[in-house]
Write a protein of this length. Sequence first.
Length: 211
Amino acid sequence: MNLLHVCASNKPIDQSTSKQLAAAFFVRLAESNKDINVTNMDLYNNPPPFLGNDAYRCFWNPILQPGYIPTASEKNAAGYALAQTKVFEEADVLVLTMPLWNCGMPAIMKAWLDQVLVPGVVFKYEAGSIIPLHHITRAILLASSSDIVREGDPQDQLTPQLTAILNSVGIQNFSIAWADGQHPSHLDAEDRKATAIEAAQELADEVVEEA
């Protein structure tokens, strides 16, 4: 089994609750002694460019205009996306680590998703339906937030957006371990983190079972 871990937190681990969840997840995974290959992608070490018109045309124009041949400039602009999709296509499980920023995902994560989830590579259209070309069967979100976020809370635009994005490319098995209420003003912040760490470890156990 191949697992792709994409991290969008630029804090050191002792200051990043989402990274601490990820550490608990991967330690539990390593303890299993299963044959699971992990590829780590730190977006702040390899930042994605925003998807521009040339890269967009490289992937979408052949869909919208059958027979279209991308220009050299368009192919060059698609370089980052093509490199990332190769890693994405090799994965069976996708793990996303990030904080909740301004009610949603960090812009650097959205930029990466825009670069990777492109037609003709990750999915194709057939008879009006989207057919996945990847092998990912499961996605896991390891998240943190300063505020307490309850299910259906309007300040959580991360969960519905990510659910919709993943569903659009055929990934419907989506699980979450979330440490909310991490601002020091919340007296139970450590308890909330401990609960989320347990949830992350349980998700690791599930991945091991599936492997």
